[in-house]
Design a protein around this ligand. Structure first.
Ligand code: 13P
Length: 283
C-alpha cells in the first residue's frame, strides 16, 4: 500500500531501505521481498528511468504493484537524484511524497539556492525533500580519487548545519566515504568515515541518508545506523542480481520463447537481495 513518506520515516526504529527500480520485474522483486520481510520500504526512480520508461508509466507500475502485491506493507514513492525543478514538479504531480534535488555538484551557495526553491514548491504540496551535501562519487575515477583524498568528498559537519538551517530540507544525503556504482563492488567498498557521521549527527536533527550502500559490509552499515543513518539506498546490487539471473535464465532455457518464463527468475533474485538488505537494516 502506498503511503506518505512521513508516515514510514516517523515509525522507523532502525533504517529504511530505499530501492531503485527500473521496470515491472524489478518493482515486483523489491515489493514482494519487502512483503516477505513485513517491512516498510521506499521505492524510488531516477531521471534516467523517467526517460527510459516514461514517468507516468513507471509510476503507475509501482503504484499498481504497491496496491496489489504490496497490500500488506507501507511503501513510499521517492524521486532519487532529481536534477531540475521540472523533474521535481513532474513527480509531485504524479503523487510522489518525497523528492530529491541533487545539486551536490554545484557550489555550496548554488546548492542552497536550488534546494530552497525545491523545498518551497514541495512543502507547498506536502512533499518531503532530500538534498545532498558533499560528493558521493560514481565510477572508477571517483572511487580512486576517494581512496587517495577523501577530504575532497566528505560532507563538512558545519556546512551541513548551515545547509539544513537555510534550506529547511527534510532529509540529507551525506558523503562519508560512500561511492555509487559497480566499480567498488569489484575493488571492495571503501570504509565509511564514521567519525564524520558522528559529527554531522551532533549538528543536525533530520534523517540522514546513505547513498552508494551496495557492497558496504553489514557491520559498517549497522554501525552507521547506530550513529544516525535512517535511509539506505541500494541500486547496484539490484542491477547485478537482475543481470545475473537473466543471463542464467537465457542459458538454462535456450529454446524458451516465453518472456514470462525467461524473466521470472529475475524477480526471485531481486527479492533475495531486498530481503537480505532489509534484514541488515532492521537489526
Ligand atoms: P549503489 O550504487 O551503491 O547501489 O547506490 C545506490 C544509490 O545511492 C542510489 O541513489
Amino acid at each position: 500500500m502506498l503511503v506518505h513518506f512521513r508516515k514510514i520515516i516517523e515509525k522507523t526504529k532502525r533504517a529504511l531501505g530505499a530501492f531503485d527500480t527500473f521496470n515491472f520485474e524489478i518493482t515486483r522483486g523489491i515489493i514482494e521481498g519487502a512483503v516477505q520481510e513485513k517491512s516498510s520500504i521506499i521505492v524510488q526512480i531516477t531521471p534516467k528511468t523517467m526517460e527510459y520508461a516514461g514517468t507516468e508509466t513507471i509510476t503507475q507500475i509501482i503504484k499498481s504493484i504497491a496496491d496489489n502485491q504490496g497490500r500488506g506493507i507501507e511503501i513510499a514513492l521517492h524521486l532519487d537524484h532529481g536534477r531540475t525543478l521540472e523533474e521535481v514538479k513532474q513527480c509531485i504531480a504524479l503523487g510522489f511524497s518525497s523528492v530529491m534535488i541533487d545539486a551536490s555538484n554545484k557550489s555550496f551557495k548554488d546548492n542552497i539556492r536550488l534546494t530552497k526553491e525545491a523545498v518551497k514548491y514541495a512543502h507547498h504540496h506536502n512533499v518531503f525533500v532530500q538534498a545532498e551535501l558533499g560528493v558521493v562519487g560514481r565510477g572508477k575515477k571517483d572511487y580512486q580519487k576517494m581512496i587517495l583524498s577523501p577530504e575532497e568528498f566528505l560532507t563538512d559537519p558545519d556546512q551541513a548545519q548551515e545547509f539544513v538551517k537555510k534550506t529547511k530540507v527534510d532529509t540529507l544525503a551525506i558523503a562519508i566515504g560512500n561511492v555509487h556504482g559497480h566499480y567498488k563492488m569489484e575493488k571492495g567498498a571503501p570504509k565509511l568515515f564514521l567519525s564524520v557521521l558522528e559529527e554531522i549527527k551532533k549538528k543536525i536533527d533530520i534523517p540522514l541518508v546513505l547513498h552508494g550502500a551496495s557492497g558496504i559490509a553489514a557491520g559498517q552499515i549497522k554501525q552507521a545506523i547506530n550513529l544516525g543513518i535512517k535511509i539506505i539506498n541500494i541500486d547496484t546490487e539490484i542491477r547485478m542480481a537482475f543481470k545475473k539471473a537473466l543471463k542464467k535464465s537465457l542459458k538454462d532455457q535456450k529454446k524458451e520463447l516465453d518472456p514470462r518464463k525467461i524473466l521470472a527468475p529475475t524477480i526471485e533474485e531481486v527479492k533475495k537481495v531486498v530481503r537480505n538488505k532489509i534484514k541488515i537494516f532492521n537489526q
